[in-house]
Design a protein around this ligand. Structure first.
Ligand code: WTA
Length: 650
């Protein structure tokens, strides 16, 4: 066992016990290396193909890949019907937990009936394969049913996070020219019903004399409040879908048939509609869900805490787990409704064995204090996952110790909306794990860390941080940006056009063992006196100090050094700041990383600005650090945090 300077264990090999029973063994890497396409063909055979494929990869039209292109399948059949036909109709697919405490257990047979009813009704509405449907719903079972019904009919869904504004919804509806919006009357938020249908009405109101493309709005009753109604356009789910036939025969579609569009922010103001197709996407989501989470159908109780509004919800709540016949928890509300015990109560109540969440939530739990998880029996947990941003080693260790009783493997999974599924992660039972490192590309995946010119960076090189590129096509890769293939080429493929590599937009390094560390978005990398320093590294050093609960770091323009490091920190509940604290924290960073990483300023603040998906909005912090007018705050959860930061800052 090796140790860091601070006396921490820095590498965690899998336990013999876990390895003995793990789905994945070391031979997976060897098989994939020996014959990559053969390996993926094998993985694709996890699925049911109505027409078997004979081709694996067609890369002639690069950078648009075609995988398993002459095969035909139905995504919804793979996620639902075949489990019922295989005799597992009574297995619970979804343990749904509503925010107010109501709950529903939905078996695979019931899911099949619901999806079939919805498919029959959408057909009755005249929707045909290739049409687009916007889904703007909170975490209710009907949201998953709606996605699967679209998939069943070859309709392309565009899920829009229910926390987005009416104008964001309109922009997405317009871009995809959606014919139908599926929504709810409202959503539960911290014990109160909040309206949602109103937002749809506002979004769809004619702009001047331009009506929206939407013909109908299908509304699920969730909170029971009065909603505005447009006769002829608006339809209640319980009067239409619920009355439709529960029998529907799924038709096959070609493997490259579009499955969904999911919008994600880019460097410009216009969101990018990331397009995913069917066969390759389901192959890789199912493969990774099986191996990375070591998922065992019929035994595990799996819980991914994401929202279906994000790619993690698409790939690791809906498609991957259901393709693998998971029994999973889906929770409607926030982690502190009605109090901070909620997640832990749910883990206990359903006997959750696999828990997949984001570092920002782990740090929130740390801030609330370990006595909360300690009050619960979490011994059912056998695997923990992290996604969304680099996890700081402090949070990683806390997660393992407090959730995992110091023995549960943690999979730190790197991927993106664009990659569709997990790309870089330890394989539990096979790969050592290091706190903060995503470790290795999965079997079948190829990645490199290169410099500006595309030259491989040296192992252990920490100052000249490299860029993460994906040098070979993978099954669940995006097939383009909806309606803007030029932007697809320029955003991802221009930078390393000569080599034909996908540019991920993330900085990365390889340590002396050759293990991969993702350092955060390249636009979050600071340059101080010619040294590249990752915001994530400085944040991690700050959070490593016992007084700091959460930190966000930005590079602000500096007349002498190019950029100076400006940090915003939230203190732990028990800390009362004194005059020396800021200096102590600066010294800590200097000690943990290097004097060049020492922050120029540290501001103690009560809150950090976050998007609704929990990402810290560094761009806005940079505006504050550089004394500018605030830029676009439309995706911010609570714009009032700025007043708090300004008055709390020094
Ligand atoms: C970041 C979320 C480090 C990264 C699935 C990536 C990560 C962006 C990790 C994609 C991780 C995600 N370690 N960074 N394990 N996972 N990221 O599209 O910067 O919402 O480019 O997809 O999140 O975010 P997206």
């Amino acid at each position: 066992m090796t140790e860091t300077a601070a006396g921490h264990q820095d590498s965690y090999p899998p336990s013999a016990e876990f390895a003995a029973a793990a789905n994945a063994g070391a031979e997976l890497y060897e098989r994939a290396d020996a014959d990559r396409e053969g390996f993926w063909a094998e993985q694709a055979r996890r699925l049911h193909w109505h027409t078997p494929f004979t081709q694996v990869l067609d890369w002639d039209d690069a950078p648009v890949a075609r995988w398993f292109a002459d095969g035909e399948l139905n995504i919804s059949y793979n996620c639902v019907d075949r489990h019922v036909l295989d005799g597992h109709g009574d297995q619970v697919a979804i343990h749904w937990e509503g925010e107010p405490g109501d709950s529903r257990a939905i078996t695979y047979r019931e899911l099949l009936e619901e999806v079939s009813r919805a498919a029959n009704y959408l057909t009755e509405l005249g929707l045909v394969a290739g049409d687009r449907v916007a889904i703007y719903m909170p975490m209710v079972p009907e949201a998953i049913v709606a996605m699967l019904a679209c998939a069943r009919l070859g309709l392309t869904h565009s899920v829009v996070f229910a926390g987005f504004s009416p104008s964001a919804l309109r922009q997405r509806v317009d871009d995809a020219q959606a014919r139908l919006v599926i929504t709810t009357d409202g959503q539960w938020r911290r014990g109160k019903p909040a309206p949602l249908k109103e937002a749809v009405d506002e979004a769809l109101a004619a702009k001047g004399d331009v009506p929206s493309s939407v013909e109908h709005v299908l509304v699920v009753r969730r909170v029971g409040t009065e909603v505005p109604w447009t006769d002829g356009r608006d339809l209640w789910w319980h009067e239409t879908v619920s009355a439709a036939s529960p029998v529907h025969e799924a038709q096959p579609f070609p493997a490259e048939h579009p499955l969904f569009i999911l919008y994600t922010s880019g460097t410009t103001g216009k969101p990018k509609g990331i397009l995913h197709t069917s066969g390759g996407y389901l192959t890789q989501t199912a493969y990774t869900h099986h191996n990375v989470f070591d998922h065992k159908a019929g035994q595990d109780v799996y819980w991914c805490t994401a929202d279906i509004g994000w790619v993690t919800g698409h790939s690791y709540i809906v498609y991957g787990p259901l393709a693998n016949r998971a029994t999973q928890v889906v929770y409607e509300g926030t982690p502190n409704s009605p109090n901070e015990h909620r997640h832990f109560e749910i883990i206990e109540k359903y006997g959750v064995t696999i828990y997949y969440t984001a570092p920002t939530l782990i740090r929130t739990f740390m801030k609330w204090g370990r006595e909360i998880p300690d009050a619960h029996n979490l011994t059912g947990l056998r695997l923990l996952g992290s996604v969304g941003e680099p996890i700081n080693p402090e949070a990683w260790r806390w997660y393992r110790e407090v959730f995992g009783d110091n023995k549960t493997p943690i999979v730190d999974t790197w991927w993106q909306t664009e990659t569709g599924a997990i790309m870089i992660s330890p394989l539990p039972g096979v790969t050592d794990a290091k706190p903060g490192a995503a470790m290795r590309p999965l079997p079948g995946i190829s990645a490199k860390v290169v410099d500006e010119e595309g030259k491989a960076v040296q192992l252990g090189e920490t100052e000249a941080n490299g860029y993460l590129v994906l040098d070979k096509p993978w099954p669940s890769m995006l097939r383009g940006i909806w309606g803007d293939m030029d932007r697809y080429r320029s955003t991802y493929w221009e930078r390393y056009a000569e080599q034909g590599w996908y540019f991920a937009g993330d900085g990365a390094k390889l340590d002396t063992d050759g293990d991969l560390w993702v350092l955060g978005r390249v636009d979050d990398v600071m340059n101080v006196s010619g040294h590249r320093i990752s915001t994530a590294e400085v944040e991690s050093a700050l959070v490593g100090h016992p007084s700091v609960a959460e930190a966000a770091v930005v590079g602000a323009t500096d007349p002498t050094t190019g950029q100076g490091i400006v940090a915003f920190v939230i203190l732990t509940g028990a800390t009362t700041p004194d005059d020396t604290l800021v200096d102590t924290l600066k010294a800590e960073v200097s000690k943990q990383i290097s004097p060049i990483a020492k922050p120029r300023e540290i501001h103690i603040v009560p809150e950090l600005p976050k998007t609704r998906s929990g990402k810290i909005m560094r761009r806005l912090l940079r505006d504050i650090a550089e004394g500018r007018e605030l830029g676009d705050t439309s995706t911010l959860v609570d714009p009032a945090v700025f007043e708090a930061i300004r008055t709390g800052g020094n």
